[in-house]
Design a protein around this ligand. Structure first.
Ligand code: DC
Length: 227
């Protein structure tokens, strides 16, 4: 069976990674959360006190940053220079700075190059903001995920609470709307729906239901490859 590339894009906290992970598992494909890469770069800049304005220092930092993913007992973990940073990159401190970092063209160029390398063998599900438009414009299946903003804020709030992070719903709501704004209005590869993307609104769907919709689309595209 020929393998395909599945690109999943959409706004913050609309369940892209959950869907991408489940889809990859069902198809026995690789899964890449591209947002984790921008988050890892952001963490590196915070820990090394490098300002988002200091482009020369960021360029230097990009040479020193090595990001990889490794499956662990609690799911896929992100490693920054050999250290498991999966929990740290999900903190509000990183969430608050990641969109400005992801808007910097040299950061995007470095991440996109690595993401494209991960897809050379196909058989991959990658989620992010520019996967169907920039990283894999020829992906066989592109899904644009959306959900009601209030539903998204509640989901993220519950997720952070479950991880024991003390945040107010209002703070989460503001962070999401701020990130959506920066991500969709930045000059370099802004978040937008690819013309040939299929839209999946999961406001009223549970995780199994949204997986089923996406899985049907994927099977259809995979079968089309064989013909
Ligand atoms: O998916 P996420 O919320 O973990 O992504 C974190 C940030 O990274 C998000 O605000 C925008 C940015 N991002 C991006 O610009 N391009 C991608 N392909 C993935 C994420």
């Amino acid at each position: 069976m020929k393998k395909i590339i599945i690109a999943i894009d959409g706004f913050s906290s609309c369940g892209k990674s959950t869907l991408a992970k489940a889809l990859a598992k069902a198809l026995n494909y690789g899964f890449v959360d591209s947002g984790a890469m921008y988050r890892a770069v952001t963490l590196f800049l915070i820990e090394n006190r490098i300002s988002v304005q200091n482009i020369a220092a960021i360029e230097q930092a990009l040479n020193e940053i090595q990001i990889r993913f490794q499956a662990g007992s609690t799911g896929n973990r992100t490693y920054l220079n050999g250290v498991d940073v999966e929990d740290k990159i999900r903190s509000m401190q990183v969430s608050e700075l990641v969109s400005p970092v992801a808007a910097i063209p040299i950061v995007r160029r470095a991440m996109v190059r690595q993401q494209q390398e991960m897809g050379t063998e196909k058989g991959i599900v990658m989620d992010g903001r520019d996967i169907g438009t920039v990283v894999f414009p020829d992906a066989e299946l592109k899904i644009f995920v959306t959900a009601d903003p209030e539903v998204r804020a509640h989901r993220r709030f519950l997720e952070l609470q479950q991880k024991g992070q003390e945040v107010a719903l209002e703070e989460v709501r503001n962070n999401l709307s701020e990130r959506d704004h920066i991500d969709s209005t930045r000059a370099d590869s802004p978040l937008k729906q690819a013309e040939d993307a299929l839209v999946l609104d999961n406001t009223d769907l549970n995780q199994e239901e949204q997986l089923q919709v996406a899985l049907d689309w994927a099977q259809e595209r995979i079968q089309a490859q064989v013909l």
